[in-house]
Design a protein around this ligand. Structure first.
Ligand code: GTP
Length: 360
């Protein structure tokens, strides 16, 4: 089966991290995000992938090539100007010769693709939408289904008195090739706002498949950080073994180290089920303290006595002695000065220099 992954969006809500790298290639616990989606596909025997690019296509080709290194066959369908989620699918029509899967390229889930496909076939659906349950339905577009799973209605960000369901579109679909005829060619079009309402209007067979298990998109800085914490805490268990950081207990704490890590004296590691993940070549100074879940990218330097709690530091950044980082994200190649402090919600762009004693 062919899987189409939509990766052409600008990721504007995830700036500054998407200013110099497309969202699907941002590291997630030190691996490119897209590799987690590839793992899920492979776990269900799917190896034929089309990547729909628009914003910053070059890094995808450079990193992933034809996919052979990853055990996949990867092809590309590029949009010179973004065609939206529907237009992107239409743009790869020539590569489609049967039912196909479509994924948003910013979603991490443990979706049972085999069950999803089985349900699509059983329902003899023209299109199936994976659904996930959310706690606060007022924040999302809801998808209402009848007891047999057939989609009846879409409700955009409802008020509490309009709520009859808590299932939302999870950003994964299965389509029969016939639906491509409903998407206009060469123009921007949305699956969510164009194709799905049109299928309802035409009374075509549109079904929902309620997925259990983990689901989160990395669309905002807060969610990008949260997905890191969920992987390190085990709340999210990605498809393949390699994706989950190896747990190497150190007393009661969790520490997972890449090759060539250098550790100073009397470092405090996370307690109570927390975990520190240190990428290749990281150096940690004496008396540094890690609390909660902390991910440090390759070749970072953590200064003497620095304190890191529930945060993510990307590749090649230097954290000065005595600096404090709490529930924040620091981009690649930054210089955080001695005794600087970055508080919850902080998002430091790659290449930034933060002076000593700064408070962010
Ligand atoms: P924001 O700018 O923060 O809204 O992010 P985004 O650009 O990624 O948009 P959104 O999160 O709504 O997109 C959902 C998925 O569809 C992402 O994986 C995007 O990469 C992808 N996507 C959105 N628009 C396009 C497009 O025009 N072409 C392609 N190929 N993919 C798109």
């Amino acid at each position: 089966m062919l899987a189409i992954i939509l990766i052409g969006g600008k990721g504007s809500r995830l700036r500054p991290f998407t200013c110099d790298r497309p969202k699907p290639l941002l590291p997630l616990v030190n691996r490119p995000f897209l590799e987690y989606q590839f793992d899920l596909l492979k776990a269900h025997g799917i190896r034929d992938v089309v990547l729909c690019t628009s914003y910053m296509p070059a890094p995808f080709k450079r990193l992933l090539g034809d996919g052979r290194r990853l055990g996949l066959r990867i092809r590309y369908a590029h949009e010179r100007r973004p065609l939206g989620t529907g237009g992107a699918v239409k743009n790869c029509e020539r590569l489609i010769d049967g039912p196909f899967l479509v994924f948003n390229g910013d979603i991490l889930s443990s979706l049972d693709l085999t069950g999803f496909l089985r349900s699509h076939r059983r329902d003899r659906a023209d299109a199936s939408i994976a659904l996930t349950r959310v706690k606060d339905p007022t924040l999302y577009g809801l998808v209402e289904t009848d007891p047999g799973g057939r989609v009846r209605n879409f409700v955009e960000k409802p008020s509490w008195d309009e709520i009859r369901t808590n299932t939302i579109n999870a950003g994964a679909y299965i389509f029969e090739p016939g639906v491509l005829g409903l998407i206009p060619e060469g123009t921007a079009h949305s699956l969510e706002r164009g194709l799905f309402p049109r299928l309802l209007e035409l009374r075509r067979r549109l079904f929902g498949y309620v997925a259990s298990g983990y689901w989160m998109d990395i669309g905002t800085v807060e969610k990008y950080l949260q997905v890191h914490l969920d992987i390190m805490s085990g709340a999210c268990r990605p498809a393949a073994g390699k994706a989950a950081p190896a747990r190497k207990p150190l007393g009661q704490s969790g520490l997972a180290c890449g090759r060539g890590v250098r550790l100073g004296r009397e470092i405090t590691w996370p307690l109570d089920g927390g975990q520190a993940v240190l990428g290749e070549g990281v150096a940690v100074g004496d008396f540094a303290k890690f609390t909660g879940h902390v991910c440090v990218g390759p070749r970072c330097v953590i200064g003497r006595g620095a304190q890191l709690e529930d945060c993510v530091v990307l590749k090649g950044t230097r954290i000065g002695p005595g600096a404090t980082l709490r529930r924040c994200l620091v981009g690649e190649g930054c210089r955080i000065g001695a005794n600087a402090s970055i508080a919850a919600g902080g998002a430091v762009a790659g290449g930034s220099v933060v002076g000593p004693y700064s408070v962010l």
